[in-house]
Design a protein around this ligand. Structure first.
Ligand code: ATP
Ligand code: MG
Ligand code: FE
Length: 350
């Protein structure tokens, strides 16, 4: 089926068009620049930007895919989790589009969409092996840090653990601020860390020490790490010493990467699932990719990382999930659905 996907859960206005598992277009407009001076995503600003970007993005996506709207078989839209106001703009647009075109609509879960991204192939590249089940998925972005056990994309997704405070991307953004680096902090810290020693400072590994693993086996915590970096930097400043930005960045990054992969590999081992899928904007992190490759290799786990344009928020992954639901024979959503900012990951379709 030819499916148009709409994603507006955070600061990306994403429109994607797929035919089954073939990616036809993936248009993304981000309001990130507008949030930069606030140091994080401002919900009201994001919602307004979606309203402005949606129609141009739909036009650009259909043009790039070389199709007209009339050819679309179904509309898929993110209905949660995410920022309420931002989600509502996409949901409203998707309903209007489906009603005017007379197509069914599929209201889907954003996090499950991130997993669905791994199904997509371009026309040129049909070679890569398809997503296999079961798989463990680690999703890390500015808003989420979740570990999932995916037995079947359209019918069985289980949340194993998530962050109990800050998301990993949020931690990168906050630590960058402490170091005087601009927003978004992830790429800045990645760059600064190139010159630094990851073993210079031993920052804490929240919830991943042996004593925590019993109670919080798959949960994450990054706020203690952030506070620890803040305190370390403050002490240097109070003493009148220069702050070794590169060493702090490299040591902080090492801690985040260690926490994330300790948990992800533990889940693969515990559930005897020899596959790990990574998703979310933090996957851009160079050290995370490197250590993920090393540790999965050592444990005999197959590592899957979709292209970065499909890891960050996008409409193509939402369209891909919609197409899977259709192919599995699921009924469309009734038009009564709304936006659910805390939609649990086990609710794949609303
Ligand atoms: P959501 O949480 O809803 O998926 P988001 O917009 O917060 O949405 P993304 O756009 O997927 O998430 O990712 C943005 C986050 O990724 C930011 O916190 C940013 O700092 C982080 N990030 C980007 N590049 C890197 C990098 N190289 N290293 C670490 N973090 C990075
Ligand atoms: Mg974003
Ligand atoms: Fe996301």
């Amino acid at each position: 089926p030819l499916v148009l996907g709409i994603e507006t859960s955070c600061d990306e206005t994403g429109i994607g068009i797929v035919r089954g598992t073939t990616l036809l277009s993936n248009t993304i407009a981000s309001s990130m620049d507008e949030h930069a001076r606030y140091g994080g995503v401002v919900p009201e600003v994001a919602a307004r930007a979606h309203l402005e970007e949606l129609v141009p993005a739909i036009r650009a996506a259909t043009a790039e895919a070389g199709i007209s709207l009339a050819e679309i078989d179904a509309v898929a839209v993110t209905c949660g989790p995410g920022l309420s106001g931002a989600l509502m703009v996409g949901v409203g647009a998707a309903k209007a589009l489906a009603i005017s075109l007379g197509t069914p609509i599929y209201a889907v879960n954003h996090l499950v969409g991130h997993v669905g991204a791994d199904l997509l192939r371009t026309d040129e590249d049909q070679t890569d092996a398809p997503l296999e089940y079961p798989t463990i998925a680690l999703l890390v972005s500015g808003g989420h840090t979740s570990l999932l056990l995916v037995r079947d994309l359209v019918s069985d997704v289980e949340l194993l653990g998530e962050t109990i405070d800050d998301a990993a991307g949020e931690a990168f953004d906050k630590v960058a601020r402490i170091l005087g680096l601009p927003y978004p902090g992830g790429p800045q810290i990645d760059r600064a860390a190139l010159e630094g020693d990851p073993a210079a400072i031993r920052f804490p590994r929240g919830l991943s020490q042996a004593k925590d693993m019993a109670r919080h086996r798959y949960d994450f915590s990054f706020s203690g790490l952030k506070t620890s970096v803040a305190r370390w930097v403050e002490q240097r400043q109070d003493a009148g010493d220069p702050v070794p930005v590169a060493d702090v960045a490299a040591s902080f990054r090492e801690s985040v990467v260690d926490i994330l992969l300790t948990k992800a590999v533990a889940a693969c081992v515990d559930f005897e699932v020899p596959r790990l899928l990574l998703g979310g904007g933090v996957i851009a992190n160079a050290r995370l990719r490197q250590v993920a490759a090393e540790r999965t290799d050592a444990a005999g786990i197959a590592l899957r990382i979709p292209p970065l344009s499909l890891c960050t928020d996008n409409g193509a992954m939402i369209a891909a999930l919609g197409a899977q639901l259709i192919m599995a024979g699921h009924e469309p959503s009734s038009l009564e659905f709304g936006a659910d900012s805390t939609l649990p990951v086990s609710e794949i379709q609303v």
